[in-house]
Design a protein around this ligand. Structure first.
Ligand SMILES: Cc1cc2nc3c(=O)[nH]c(=O)nc-3n(C[C@H](O)[C@H](O)[C@H](O)COP(=O)(O)O)c2cc1C
Length: 207
């Protein structure tokens, strides 16, 4: 059986988003029929072909000043020449995203929204989280998956006086694993669905 490739491209200045990225990869690997490629943005130049042939790309960045980090932004801008100008090479791939910050909110939503716009510019299909509301009632807790309440992607919070050995906490890493697994399952459905109904056929039926 051909295994579908799912790439995870991320930047992490101090290692916290790196822990989240590893958790996303572990979630992807829970699903049969896919393989995960974990890549930091500084290595992308040697891996454009891998990204172009992947069925899904999951983006990860810390939230710095309420936005993606500068190295992640540089990667985003590099795709203009390396991907878009070469023929819209990421069109119809699955996309998703994750981010870590120091505060519980920390304006992480802004980072995820930047990633959504980026994916849309590439003609990709964004996959969010489908977890129910958590940590928002008298019976909820910090141990809940999606304790920070994001749906656009996976959010994590790392205390700024803790290293990546202990932060982000287990609940945020479980949320990241969940996202990885969901993206892998969605990718398989999408790839097999596209095989059953090729795009040209769908357009003809619409006409
Ligand atoms: C330049 C800079 C800007 C930051 N801006 C934010 C921010 O806007 N919101 C926030 O909650 N934390 C902010 N932080 C804290 C980081 O998001 C936090 O330390 C995170 O865990 C870093 O992830 P990393 O280890 O993957 O780099 C900032 C940190 C730095 C270095």
């Amino acid at each position: 059986m051909i295994r579908q490739s799912i790439a995870i491209v991320y930047h992490s200045g101090y290692g916290h988003t790196g822990r989240q990225a590893e958790a996303v990869k572990a979630g992807v690997e829970q699903v049969d029929g896919v393989e995960a490629l974990l890549l930091t943005v500084d290595k992308v130049d040697r891996h454009w072909d891998d990204l172009n042939s992947a069925q899904a790309i999951i983006f990860g960045s810390p939230t710095y000043m309420g936005a993606v980090s500068a190295p992640f932004k540089a990667f985003q801008e590099a795709t203009s020449n390396a991907v878009l100008a070469k023929g819209y090479l990421w069109k119809d791939k699955i996309a998703a995203g994750f981010t870590t910050s120091g505060s519980r909110s920390g304006d992480k939503l802004s980072t995820l929204m930047q990633m959504v716009v980026f994916a849309a510019q590439h003609g990709m299909h964004w996959v969010g989280l489908d977890l129910p509301p958590a940590n928002c009632s008298s019976t909820g807790s910090e141990e809940d998956m999606n304790r920070l309440g994001f749906w656009l992607g996976a959010g994590a919070q790392a205390n700024t006086d803790e290293g990546p050995e202990t932060a982000p906490p287990a609940s945020d890493l479980a949320t990241a694993r969940y996202l990885g697994r969901r993206v892998a399952l969605t990718t398989l459905q999408f790839v097999r669905g596209r095989r059953a109904i090729p795009f040209e056929h769908a357009i003809a039926a619409y006409d």
